[in-house]
Design a binder for this molecule. Structure first.
Ligand code: GLN
Length: 475
């Protein structure tokens, strides 16, 4: 079930929203991949009936009207439990809607429910959550990827036509890549973060997980409006790109230059490397010029990221103190300080506590210059590497991950190796650029793919290049 075709079927009255939703609910109720934390079946059925009435009177008002979608449980939804995948927000029901849920609901999207994620977005496998691991939709022994694993699994299993995820260091692109889907992280500042539970505020960005680049563009049109409630949201024009994508013919790639780093490709597992080389050949056959570029500081990105992201997380997560929000240890706390300590110790999972400690340390007096400030300098160097590279190319081609999906439990055996797996996605967040994961090929039943990185605020151009590639492959 994809957005574009479902929209056209709804428009031609070949199908109703209620039929789409009933079909999606069947899959969601089976919950065989453990994608959902909270299913909103009654709401979905009501929204579908309303959508059908509106569509039969005036036709669909947007690409998303009457279409089922899911939301990562980091997006604030009025009256609907929002947990951030954490025990500390286990029973939290927000009194307001965030930007994303408001915009998609205004466009007529039908919310199926809130889907699982690593606690506060911290992880790459969707195993770091008390709600249990999310399974890979094609093989339950593997992970769906994280942290937006529930988002990817819900789309792949058919319980949603699209899902909204968040990406701090790869959390949209990685699960999309593992599950054979498209994942788009827009330029930082392009989509409002109002009502998105914060992990690393200078890195976090919301974006869609979909079946195609065209579908990603359909979603982007409704979430790129300027929002005064987020000061980092840039006054940019609302995206309107679907009609341009519709016109793109294969010749579009002819005068494009695609940058790539041979070193990155060579460092991947053989099955991923083969699919990357095959994808590059397609660009070449379509007339694109390929240019080997150098990005010398990217090797430091994981180290810089884990200082910046955890530092920001340590301050962002200070608000969960057992007093203002969520879980409070009432039983054995003796005084106020004890309440803070016990509520946070019991409410946060191990990975989150570890990161709060690292972030607090890197920001502490005496160490700040050595760690946090150094990491910020490295971040600048990474940004400059990209700026230089973009003088020579229109988009950069890169792996999303060096391997296909990991086995369940593997991440616990070697956490450092797991952190290093984000090597290709993290630099994009550090530089604030748009990144688009595109599926291409399979290995032993598991999907492979690649990533295209675009110039700052040229999200539309990136979607066009991605769509042109997809059109060639899909025929
Ligand atoms: N895996 C990375 C982390 O754990 C990225 C997560 C994300 O993008 N939210 O920080």
């Amino acid at each position: 079930m994809n957005i574009y075709d479902s929209h056209s079927a709804l428009k031609k009255k070949k199908i109703s929203s209620l039929e789409l939703i009933t079909e999606a609910l069947k899959k969601a109720h089976q919950n065989k991949n453990n994608s959902f934390i909270s299913l909103t079946s009654d709401l979905a059925l009501n929204q579908a009936r309303t959508a059908d009435e509106e569509i039969s009177a005036r036709g669909p008002r947007s690409w998303l009207h009457g279409i089922p979608y899911s939301l990562k449980d980091l997006f604030i939804t009025k009256g609907i439990r929002t947990t951030a995948g954490s025990k500390i927000l286990f029973n939290y029901v927000p009194p307001y809607d965030g930007f994303i849920s408001k915009k998609i609901s205004n466009a007529g999207g039908v919310l199926m429910g809130k889907v699982s994620c690593d606690e506060f977005g911290m992880g790459s496998t969707n195993e770091n959550t008390p709600f249990g691991p999310v399974h890979h939709p094609l093989n339950p022994e593997f992970v769906a990827g994280g942290s937006s694993g529930g988002s990817a699994a819900s789309v792949a299993e058919g319980s949603a036509a699209f899902s909204m995820g968040t990406d701090t260091g790869g959390s949209i692109r990685l699960p999309a890549n593992f599950c054979g889907l498209v994942g788009f992280k827009p330029t930082y500042g392009r989509v409002s973060r109002y009502g998105q539970i914060a992990y690393g505020s200078s890195l976090d960005q919301a974006g869609p997980i979909t079946h195609s680049v065209l579908d990603a563009a359909c979603v982007m049109e409704f979430i790129t409006e300027k929002d005064l409630l987020d000061v980092t949201n840039v006054a940019n024009k609302k995206m309107s790109v679907v009609h341009e994508l519709e016109k793109i013919k294969s010749g579009y790639l002819k005068d494009k230059t695609i940058g790539f780093s041979q070193e990155f490709i060579d460092a991947c597992d053989p099955e991923v490397r083969n699919s990357l080389n095959d994808a590059l050949k397609i660009f070449e056959n379509e007339g694109a010029k390929l240019k080997n570029i150098s990005l010398p500081h990217l090797k430091y990105s994981v180290a810089a990221y884990y200082l910046i992201a955890t530092s920001e997380a340590s301050t962002n997560l200070a608000r969960y103190d057992g007093i203002h929000f969520g879980f409070r240890d009432k039983m054995s706390s003796k005084n106020l300080e004890d309440t803070y300590i016990r509520s946070r110790t019991l409410g946060f999972g191990e990975e989150v506590r570890k990161r709060i400690i690292l972030g607090t340390f890197s920001l502490s007096a005496g160490y700040q210059d050595q760690y946090f400030a150094q990491a910020c300098k490295v971040r600048r160097k990474i940004y400059e590497d990209f700026t230089t590279a973009f003088f020579q190319c229109d988009a950069i081609f890169s792996p999303v991950c060096a391997s296909v999906a990991f086995k369940q439990g593997e991440s616990k055996q070697d956490p450092i190796k797991m952190y290093m797996n984000d090597l290709y996605t993290i630099p994009v967040n550090l530089a604030g650029l748009p990144g688009l994961a595109i599926p291409f090929g399979h290995h032993k039943g598991l999907p492979t793919g690649f990533q295209l990185i675009g110039k700052s605020f040229q999200d539309e151009e990136l979607l066009k290049i991605g769509h042109a590639f997809e059109s060639v492959v899909k025929g």
